[in-house]
Ligand binder design. Structure first.
Ligand SMILES: [Zn+2]
Length: 263
């Protein structure tokens, strides 16, 4: 899934909200087949020629040029529970979906808004990489590893478009990386402010909420820092793979690299 979400403070902090989002996601995943009927249009090669050709060059066995991509209206995706997704690949129905034009919305809280610059062709490359991942027989249960693969192999494409490594992370990877880095950021801020894990764990619900409210800004900034670091690390790791020029990778190497990324 390619996330371009505006990360609301509530969403990041509230476990219940995240659990609910997951439940809705699982429920609505069943509706994925309906997508064929409600799609605005089907994107097929040679539309988005560069995107398809880039992934085809990495994973020649997959024949990505044959894969149809369903473009679905933002409001329909929202209704199906994919509110924050720019696109996704459903490994069961093997369907790739990209989001149509999203009505611009004012962020509720600018402080916690990430201005991503994600374009449809970026999303197509990302989701095609997910497709290839499964095609090559990879089945990691870790969503981090699956995402790492898709974000990582997109690096060459984004560079081809003229983005610097910093821009790739800042405009493309950061919304996802921040989500990954939030827990660590929270711990960092706790330590910095003299709150031990023991203490925090023994906080009442109210105290915890207070802590998060007080340090929300600091946690967000720290998560952004960690997210940037992680993103740049990811870019560097995949640069080496891209030089080798093929998307076929060996599992052990991948596992090692994941440890590095898990800063
Ligand atoms: Zn993804």
């Amino acid at each position: 899934m390619f996330k371009s979400i505006y990360l609301s403070e509530e969403y990041l902090h509230d476990h219940k909200l995240r659990a609910e989002a997951k439940r809705v996601y699982e429920l609505t995943a069943k509706n994925v087949e309906r997508i064929k009927d409600i799609a605005l249009r089907v994107i097929k090669y040679p539309d988005f020629r560069e995107a398809f050709e880039y992934v085809d060059g990495l994973f020649p066995r997959v024949n990505v040029k044959e894969i149809p991509i369903y473009k679905v209206a933002a409001k329909d995706l929202m209704r199906m529970g994919y509110g924050h997704a720019e696109g996704f690949y459903d490994s069961i129905s093997k369907i790739i979906v990209v989001c149509g034009v999203r009505p611009s919305h004012r962020p509720v809280n600018r402080r916690f808004h990430i201005q991503a610059k994600i374009e449809t062709d970026d999303v197509i490359v990302h989701e095609l990489c997910h497709y290839c991942y499964y095609f090559e027989g990879r089945r990691s249960i870790s969503s981090e590893m699956r995402e790492e693969f898709a974000y990582g192999w997109s690096v060459g494409y984004l560079r081809q478009k003229g983005l610097t490594d910093e821009e790739i992370v800042k405009h493309n990877f950061l919304p996802y990386m921040i989500g990954l880095s939030y827990e660590e950021a929270r711990k960092n801020v706790m330590v910095k402010n003299g709150v031990s894990t023991y203490e925090y764990n023994n906080h009442t619900k109210f105290q915890r909420k207070e802590f998060r409210r007080t340090f929300a800004g600091k946690m967000f900034d720290r998560a952004k820092e960690i997210g940037m670091e992680r993103g740049l690390c990811l870019v560097e790791c995949y640069s080496k793979k891209l030089q080798e020029g093929t998307g076929l990778i060996d599992e052990q190497d991948d596992t090692d690299r994941f440890d590095i990324l898990d800063l």
